[in-house]
Design a binder for this molecule. Structure first.
Ligand code: ACO
Length: 324
């Protein structure tokens, strides 16, 4: 069974409530209808109900809540939550009241208040604009140093996790360790994997000397300290991580080398290029970016996403919500 079908089957087992802030957007409206029909989640669209119903009269939206943040009775309550959370950062009551009417903030505040279990957006917003309210309001999980992301890759070698392909441009060693732990969690919860985490570099176990390599070595040390039972090793070159003979040669005795299923790239440029290479040249299916290390599930879409991408991301978010 394809990994996304396994995830959808899991999503159906316990209905989670997912909010879609871009509720006036065509692909999102069509996706909401499919999600409802397939029983993947309860969805709420944000937007003007009259406008949505008139514009998409051909789409069955029965059983789907539509909330207009500009007129909702909850907006004042959410504005107050936002003000209290951010007043030390210069938030005023007036600004909070205006932001709470913005669907991107309203949606995140619904999740924060426990009125929805998760959120999916980004079909018409950049990754940065989607992430900022989530980072400011939902924040990191207790014990996790940073929010990061993974791609779930269905490759010729099976399901793998690539991280961080979308959030932290130039991670510190501490952030790289957090990415590794977050990716291991994603591997377990969504990939059904027993994670074997490779901290990637252009060096294997001291074969090259450079400050960039030192950062990966330090991140490996920190991650091992935080999760001593996790199968994690570094620094490893990609071939040492994936090819058993090379792994044995370059990193003998490693619990990971040659058999890695979680690849932690040293920065966002390498990771973003890496997943797209495997997707475009290796014909892998790529699902993500899936946010990890965040206190409640919020996930981003690509602006080029299809209706099916939105459906899949909602299923992924629902499974994360089940496990939150
Ligand atoms: N984890 C936890 N909190 C974070 C993180 C993080 N990784 N990054 C920022 N924050 C917090 C900050 O601490 C701050 O909180 P505070 O206001 O309470 O103090 C808040 O988020 C805002 O932080 P800023 O530094 O002002 O936010 P910034 O403008 O730098 O945006 C962002 C952060 C959006 C994550 C930025 O790093 C970014 O744009 N990353 C790259 C996104 C991207 O373009 N990805 C590639 C495309 S995606 C794709 O191809 C699939």
């Amino acid at each position: 069974m394809a990994i996304i079908d396994t995830i959808k089957a899991k999503a159906k087992q316990r209905t989670m409530h997912i909010v879609l802030p871009e509720g006036e957007e065509k692909r999102t409206v069509h996706a909401a209808s499919i999600i409802k029909n397939e029983g993947l989640a309860k969805v709420t669209l944000l937007g003007d109900p009259e406008k949505i119903k008139a514009e998409y009269a051909d789409v069955c939206l029965c059983g789907i809540d539509i909330i207009n943040p500009a007129t909702s009775e909850k907006t004042a309550e959410y504005a107050n939550i936002l003000f209290e959370l951010r007043k030390a950062k210069g938030m005023t009551e007036e600004k909070a009241a205006a932001l709470a009417k913005d669907p991107m903030y309203y949606g995140v505040l619904m999740v924060k208040a426990g009125d929805a279990d998760g959120l999916v957006s980004g079909a018409i917003h950049s990754t940065g604009d989607m992430l900022r309210p989530a980072l400011q309001i939902i924040k990191t999980k207790p014990g996790m140093k940073a929010v990061s992301s993974s791609f779930l890759m269905e490759t010729a070698k099976g399901v793998m996790i690539f991280a961080d392909c979308a959030v932290i441009p130039c991670p510190t060693a501490e952030e790289l360790a957090a990415i590794a732990l977050g990716a291991a969690d994603t591997a377990r919860s969504l990939g059904g994997l027993d994670p074997k985490v490779a901290m990637l570099s252009f060096s294997t176990k001291g074969s090259a000397k450079h400050e960039l390599v030192d950062k990966v070595v330090e991140a490996t040390r920190m991650a091992k300290e935080l999760a001593p039972d996790l199968a994690l090793d570094g620094e490893l070159q990609l071939d040492a991580a994936l090819v058993p003979e090379v792994g044995q040669l370059k990193s003998p005795g490693s619990p990971v080398a040659g058999y890695a299923n979680v690849l932690v790239f040293p920065d966002l440029q390498a990771a973003n290029i890496g997943y797209k290479l495997v997707q475009r040249l290796g014909n892998a299916e790529a699902y993500g970016p899936i946010l990890q290390g965040i206190a409640k599930p919020c996930n981003d879409l690509s602006r080029g996403c299809s209706i099916e991408d939105i459906v899949a991301t909602v299923a992924i978010t629902a499974v994360q919500a089940q496990e939150a």
